[in-house]
Each structure stands twice: as C-alpha cells, then as structure tokens.
Design a protein around this ligand. Structure first.
Ligand SMILES: [Zn+2]
Length: 60
C-alpha cells in the first residue's frame, strides 16, 4: 500500500525491514558421492537424486 514517504517514520520503516534477511544456505553430504550439496536438490557433482541418476553430468 503506497504511503507518503514523510508519513512513515525512520523507526517504523526500519522496524519493518528487520525481517529482510539473507537465508543461510544449508549443505548436506551427497549419499551417493559424498560431495556437499543442498538438500532436496539434484547433486551437482554426480547428478543423483533420491538414489537414482537424474541428470547427466559432464565429466571433463
Ligand atoms: Zn553426488
């Protein structure tokens, strides 16, 4: 909702922005190759997901 800039005080807008945060990226070990990977994602190292190869990873 648009509000004139002078109507919202510095404290009010700063308090609202306390919820703007960076998400810390979590890493787990790949059960297939042991490389660090993000959970619920396809492994970037071996292309496995849920114990099966899903993506063909170029190895060069
Ligand atoms: Zn892997």
């Amino acid at each position: 909702m648009p509000v004139p800039a002078r109507k919202s005080s510095r404290m009010r807008s700063r308090k609202r922005r306390t919820h703007y945060k960076f998400k810390v990226v979590q890493y787990i070990k790949c059960p297939n190759c042991g490389a660090p990977m993000e959970p619920h994602r396809v492994c970037k190292n071996c292309g496995y997901y849920a114990g099966k190869p899903v993506v063909i990873v170029k190895t060069r």
